[in-house]
Structures are given as C-alpha cells and as structure tokens.
Design a protein. Structure first.
Length: 202
C-alpha cells in the first residue's frame, strides 16, 4: 500500500533512489578497497593510495583479522556482493517493480546483519585497531543511510509487525527522519574526534 500523506517522501521511488545511490557508492568503495588489497598483497611494504596519514588509511586494516572476518575472505569482497544487491533492489523499485512482503522482510534481515557488522567493525577500528580506513568509513555512512530508510519504510508499510502502541513513535521517526539521522552522524563524528583528540587537536 502506497502512503502519500508525506508527498514523495517514503514512496517506492524515494526508497529506490536511496538504495540505488547508497548501493552504488558502497559498491564503488568496496571495489576501490579491493584494488588496494591486491596492491597490498603484491607489495606489502608499499604505501597505498588510501593511506592519508598515520591515523587515516587502509593499509593497517588490510593486514588484520578484523579485515577478513568471514572465512578469511576480505570484508570488501562481501561488501561488493551486498552493495550490488542493494543497487539491484533500488533499480527494481525505480522500475516500478512491486516486490512482495517477504522480499522486504528478507532485505530487512540483511540490513540488520549489515548494520550489526558495521557497528562491530566501527568499534574495532576506533577502540582496538586505532585506525580509520577511509573507504570503510564510506561504507559505514551508506549502510546507516540505507538501513535507516529501509527500516522506516518497512515500519510504515507494516512489513515489520509492531504493537499499535508504537505507531506514534513510527510517525515521529518518519516526521523527523533527517533530523535523527543527522544527529546520529554528529554523535559518531563527535565520538571519533573525542577518541582521537590528541591527533586532531594536538
């Protein structure tokens, strides 16, 4: 059922645009990181294009187990597959293909899994590895954006069953979706700046 009371916002075309853009950006970031991985394997001691300074770079991440969590495969290879799927979803929605409810529920499960991995990897990067991979941070951003809007869409379309008492909360989140998302990013950036305050502020 299409909800039009918010104008074009949260209609299928809007979600399709979000998924196409975030999927394409995530695919690009994963591809670039894959290229850097091949360069690293060929010449481990050589500086990579993504190594910007002692804090921000991908060389130090590529050699860790955190960068190869599942079956020893580089995380970015899984990212290529996942973000390609997001892009495909977006293109289907922009083509006005009607996806069944179980597809949306499956996408939600995948989104939750992706967000949990991103949160885990963010913690590892900031508090364990003490290093920030630029391409990884790009994937963090697009994953948050995609996850945020897919979740709101599924709640509004009742693809995710919730108690009626939570309906006001869903309306509030829908109304203030951008404010909340910006607040989340500000808190994350603030936390990173605080964690590495000695580096950024001397």
């Amino acid at each position: 059922m299409k909800n039009t009371k918010d104008g074009p916002m949260f209609q299928k075309s809007f979600i399709g645009t979000i998924l196409t853009m975030t999927g394409a950006i995530g695919t690009f970031a994963s591809l670039m990181l894959s290229i850097e991985e091949f360069k690293y394997l060929k010449n481990p001691g050589e500086a990579l294009n993504c190594d910007i300074n002692p804090l921000i770079g991908c060389g130090s991440i590529l050699s860790t187990w955190q960068g190869h969590v599942f079956l020893g495969v580089p995380n970015q290879f899984w990212g290529l597959a996942a973000f390609s799927v997001l892009t495909a979803f977006g293109v289907l929605l922009l083509s006005k293909v009607q996806l069944p409810r179980w597809i949306w529920q499956g996408l939600q499960v995948g989104i939750i899994g992706g967000l949990l991995f991103v949160l885990w990897f963010m913690y590892q990067s900031v508090f364990v590895l003490n290093h920030l991979c630029p391409y990884c941070m790009v994937t963090w951003v697009v994953m948050f954006v995609a996850g945020w809007y897919v979740t709101i869409h599924n709640l509004r379309e009742k693809n995710i069953p919730i108690a009626k008492t939570l309906a006001p909360a869903v309306r509030f989140v829908t109304k203030h979706h951008l404010d909340i998302l910006i607040t989340i990013f500000v808190l994350i950036i603030g936390g990173i700046l605080l964690r590495f305050s000695d580096f950024f502020f001397g």
